[in-house]
Design a protein around this ligand. Structure first.
Ligand code: F1X
Length: 321
């Protein structure tokens, strides 16, 4: 069982324009779609679409229209009742495929609501193999929320606690890495740089820089790191080694949610007991499949690229010294 938390859920509206985005103008959209989004929801949808057991813990109000979207996904839900409404994040795609994404802050959670979310996650984690903490934290919740939650889950379930995967950024990710040694993190290139106090903007060689940074964290502060690099594929670092996987060429419809699908693919492979290179390959296959689908539509096994994903053992001076 994979349990996910989406502390800051979002109704994802994806809009396709017939012309380039023109700030300051009134423009008509060609089409739009709405998905129940938020990173943990996306991960749970992909896992469930592959036929594996998944539950999503989501704070959502009884009369929030987002709740209908969420229930329509058909995934198993543990809903925590809150007063505020889920945000609506907007993705605008122009004919050249250029995407603009507007992510709102989300509704504030009171401290009682945040505690109810923690209690909901601790209860849902019973018997789970993985607990996935994914996405930004809503206003009102301290940056230590994920770190505190991991401590609460491990205290409650001790040796039976699930492994913890974190897909977050900024202070929430930094705190959980500093205090809780998660089993897996899934940063992109920029998030990884930020995590070690650097700026990726001037990087000339993405692979070398990501590798150097990941080795500052794995295995001492994080058991393993899946670093997603979009069209450059992904890197996997564990105590046993490092691997580089190459992304297949695909026709991109929307990259929103591709990282969530990559994480889901990795976890699905892990549930089957796959080796590290196979987990990385499955992750890349799912990320690529997600990119071919509009909006945040979750890929199914039928959407995966036909050919094999190339993975190489990735040695660097840092890794071998
Ligand atoms: O603001 P956050 O929580 O970091 O990200 C939210 C979000 O961009 O993540 C998903 C794609 O990964 C979308 O469903 C959603 O809109």
């Amino acid at each position: 069982m994979i349990v996910t938390l989406t502390a800051n859920p979002s109704a994802d509206r994806a809009v396709v324009l017939s012309d380039a985005l023109a700030p300051g103008e009134v423009q008509r959209a060609l089409s739009s779609r709405e998905d129940a989004g938020g990173k943990g929801v996306n991960v749970a949808r992909v896992v469930a679409a592959a036929g594996a057991p998944a539950r999503a813990v989501v704070p959502v109000g009884a009369h929030d229209p987002y709740r209908v979207l969420l229930e329509d996904t058909g995934i198993a839900l543990d809903l925590v009742d809150v007063a505020g409404r889920a945000r609506a994040n907007l993705t605008i795609t122009d004919p050249a495929g250029e995407t603009t994404k507007l992510n709102l802050p989300g509704a504030e959670l009171s401290s009682a609501e945040a505690q109810a979310v923690t209690d909901g996650v601790v209860a849902a984690a019973e018997g789970a193999t993985w607990l996935v903490l994914a996405g930004s934290l809503p206003p009102g919740v301290p940056a230590s929320f994920y770190a505190d939650l991991v401590a609460a889950v491990r205290e409650r379930w001790a040796a039976d606690a699930p492994r913890i995967a974190v897909d977050a950024s900024g202070a929430a990710l930094a705190e959980v890495v500093a205090t809780a040694r998660p089993d897996l993190i899934k940063p992109n290139h920029e998030e990884l740089a930020e995590l070690v106090g650097e700026d990726a903007a001037g990087d000339l060689d993405v692979i070398t820089e990501a590798t150097r940074r990941a080795h500052q964290l794995v295995p001492e502060h994080v058991a393993s790191a899946l670093v997603t690099l979009g069209a450059d594929g992904a890197l996997l670092f564990t105590a046993e080694g490092a691997w580089r996987g190459y992304a297949p060429k695909v026709q991109v419809a929307s990259t929103v949610g591709a990282g969530d699908s990559s994480l889901a693919g990795y976890l699905l492979a892990d549930l089957e007991g796959a080796s590290a290179p196979d987990r990385l390959a499955r992750s890349i296959a799912y990320g690529a499949a997600a990119a071919t689908l509009p909006g945040t539509q979750p890929p199914t096994p039928a959407d995966l690229p036909a050919g094999p994903i190339a993975v190489s053992v990735f040695s660097t001076p840092t890794a071998t010294s």
